[in-house]
Ligand binder design. Sequence first.
Ligand code: NDP
Length: 331
Amino acid sequence: MTYTPNLDRYTLMEYRRCGRSGLKLPLISLGLWQNFGHVDVAENFRKTLHTAFDAGITHFDLANNYGPPPGSAEENFGRILHQDFRSLRDELIISTKAGYEMWPGPYGDFGSKKYLVSSLDQSLQRMRLDYVDIFYHHRPDPETPLEETMAALDLIVRQGKALYVGISNYKPAEAEKAIALLQQLGTPCLIHQPKYSMLERWVEEGLLDLLEDKGVGCIPFSPLAQGLLTNKYLSGVPADSRVAKSHGTLKAAQLTSEMLEKIKGLNKIAQNRSQSLAQMAIAWLLKDTRITSVLIGASKPEQVTDAVQAGRNINFSPDELNEIEVILSKN
Ligand code: NDP
């Protein structure tokens, strides 16, 4: 099957400027953390990528270790890029990261220049690319001097292996230092990728204000709390869900009766807004214009189709916001 992209795709999606940069990102971006590894079904994830691009999603997020096995999401993405998107490289924003354990020994983890430079070289090979658009330091390293890690990001941009750089999982104080170091080096920090959803709120305590002040974009990951903020677990655990998969990172223990009560309550509000719960969870993040894009995951094309419709209604009444807070605050 040859892939012919939807010609109307750019009329279907809104694009927001990333901080004070020249780059715009789609309201919804697609991450390949899960569902794109060698353990997954190739025809399904190929179709998911087509569905996303056809809906105006231009940004695809990877990391060295995505799979399983680690590296296989980049390999599979590289193959599909080569097959279906070869003439479309300039319409894509592709990101990857290094920071978690990738290979044995002292040079395959955390934040040394040795690790970051080698890891990006490996990622480029796996994806069959000359450069990525965004390269992230995936998590802070408590031991490597931040100066070295940020100098490695600057070097990578000067080498032409990445156009922009970002940081992920950095708390406000360390993010502030990293942003200042990158500024001094002349390679501004484009974007921060934190975990943020209705169920995970730490970014509201200083990070969003900092990013706005410094002109850095924000792309929340796991906006659906890995699938909890959807209606899928309301009547049991479906066999093809992340909770049911042996390599899944969402555990059955997280489906407590308190959690299910919250999901039920939120689902009712979503229904009153004529949205799916997944759409409302995404819209709830997008109501804040400091959020550049929301980074979803999807195990099937239909989930992408569902998510992209979130952009149709990102306004919440004060009553709706209040009701959501009441539900979230229940133990
Ligand atoms: P989400 O919170 O969006 O969860 C995605 C999962 O939710 C899907 O795989 C699917 O699970 C379920 N789902 C999605 N849409 C629907 C829907 N409409 N209806 C029902 N269920 C749905 O995000 P992820 O946790 O997958 O993370 C997204 C991306 O964020 C990653 O791919 C990665 O790029 C990035 N990330 C970054 C991290 C970092 O440290 N920087 C860490 C983690 C993620 P199911 O399999 O059950 O169908």
